[in-house]
Ligand binder design. Structure first.
Ligand code: HEC
Length: 135
């Protein structure tokens, strides 16, 4: 009886772990779905994401200023000089696996680079680009 309860508990824990561990493809699917609410024909484009990631948007920085033009390489913060681990999942398997980190950093970095939150379409394109790096 006791063993059964413990096994049940362990299975429940595994199930909730599986539910919280997101994959890059989950974020792509989520932002594409959100973008389709505004544009039913929207499909994420790695090429568009790459151009957008490398470009400035009326302000001083681009995404590549801190993350460097090569998302498979290590970045460096434009202000503090602190190293930033690679952005591409191929070079850094922890990337695009945490709701909290993805939401927080898109919000902060988009404000700095674009002066507003990014649209779901912009986020989907960037993620499609980062997922394509190295493949
Ligand atoms: C001023 C420097 C800076 C700029 C510019 C910048 N970032 Fe970042 N970014 C960071 C830092 C610092 C972190 C958090 C540290 C880390 O995760 O290594 C981060 C983390 C992220 C993450 C979290 C990824 C994850 O799964 O952990 C995403 C997504 C991201 N940035 C996207 C962008 C995008 C898109 C742009 C352009 C709109 C951008 N960043 C521009 C500094 C910057």
């Amino acid at each position: 009886m006791k063993a059964k309860t413990t096994l049940g508990g362990a299975m429940l824990m595994l199930a909730s772990l599986a539910a919280t561990a997101a994959q890059p493809a989950d974020f792509l699917a989520r932002f594409e779905r959100e973008a389709r609410q505004a544009d039913g024909a929207f499909a994420a484009s790695p090429a568009r994401g790459e151009a957008w990631f490398q470009a400035r948007h009326g302000r001083e920085w681009s995404c590549s200023t801190c993350h460097t033009p090569d998302p498979a390489g290590r970045g460096k913060h434009a202000v503090t000089g602190k190293p930033i681990e690679p952005m591409a999942p191929v070079a850094n398997p922890e990337r695009l696996t945490s709701d909290r980190s993805v939401d927080k950093w898109f919000r902060r970095n988009c404000r700095d680079v674009v002066g507003r939150e990014c649209t779901p379409a912009e986020k989907a394109d960037v993620i499609a680009y980062l997922m394509r790096v190295g493949s």
